[in-house]
Design a protein around this ligand. Structure first.
Ligand code: AMP
Ligand code: AMP
Length: 226
């Protein structure tokens, strides 16, 4: 290769890298799972989906693109609205793993549509609509939170557990530190509401979180039944 063409190739590589950096529209994802018992056990309660009461298991809330500075993009592409027909092969699994608990009772399309429009459209450069939902379902398979917690003697039985022991159990089983979000039940008890894990910006691997969202749990939190 002569001198000229090697310079050309180097320039080409630099250009490709520049395009990659510019199209990098978020840094990582939060994969957020929810304990349905805590969504329902609050002042404003919940409605089971039309398909019936979901299984007593953690369910998916969403996969949220985020920036390292702690902020996040939302509603990025009004020209790419949620299209049910693109995920018809996934809806059975989504009813199981990603059930809506909003009132009035529904089939979940509103919840999934909200998640796609608000969050999914911000990671469209890596995951199209079908892949966004398929990837999220796949992450749930990788992290079986209920199994991990019950193996550590932490059960959804209305008892109070140390926040640290919950985090330790998840860190021990997955290798990664989770973020725990709490909410408050009708009597003011702090309870285990959502668990955040960080995922690399291709949606394939769980990673250690650089930034954690804000919020507080008590040092002992309730794990309500569902
Ligand atoms: P909150 O007000 O914290 O209960 O959050 C309400 C909604 O804000 C969530 O359901 C998300 O849609 C959004 N949200 C909060 N924090 C984040 C975050 N770090 N990344 C993406 N969305 C977020
Ligand atoms: P954030 O805006 O994703 O992405 O989600 C916040 C909205 O989703 C809020 O209005 C929540 O009340 C609602 N939400 C959270 N969990 C559920 C659920 N399991 N089913 C339906 N809506 C939910």
């Amino acid at each position: 290769m002569n001198h000229k063409s090697s310079i050309l190739i180097i320039l080409l590589i630099i250009q490709c890298l520049a395009i990659l950096v510019v199209s990098q529209d978020f840094d990582f994802f939060y994969f957020v799972q929810q304990w349905p018992g805590s969504y329902c056990d609050k002042k404003q309660s919940c409605c089971y989906p039309k398909s019936g009461k979901p299984a007593p298991d953690f369910s998916i809330h969403g996969l949220w693109p985020n920036y390292k500075d702690g902020s996040y993009p939302s509603n990025c592409d009004p020209d790419s609205p949620f299209d049910e027909s693109k995920i018809s092969d996934l809806t059975n699994k989504m009813q199981e793993d990603w059930p809506t608990l909003a009132c009035p009772s529904s089939d979940g399309l509103t919840f999934w549509g909200h998640e796609w429009d608000k969050h999914g459209t911000c990671s469209e450069s890596v995951l199209d609509q079908h892949d966004y939902f398929a990837t999220t379902l796949n992450l749930k398979k990788q992290v079986n939170l209920l199994q991990i917690l019950t193996d550590a003697g932490i059960n959804p039985d209305g008892e109070f557990y140390n926040l640290e022991s919950i985090k330790d159990a998840i860190k021990g089983a997955t290798g990664y530190t989770p973020w725990v979000e709490c909410n408050v039940d009708g009597s003011g008890n702090s309870q285990l509401y959502q668990i955040y894990m960080c995922v690399d910006n291709s949606g394939s691997h769980i990673i250690e979180c650089d930034v954690l969202p804000h919020g507080k749990c008590a040092s002992k939190i309730q794990f309500p039944s569902f």
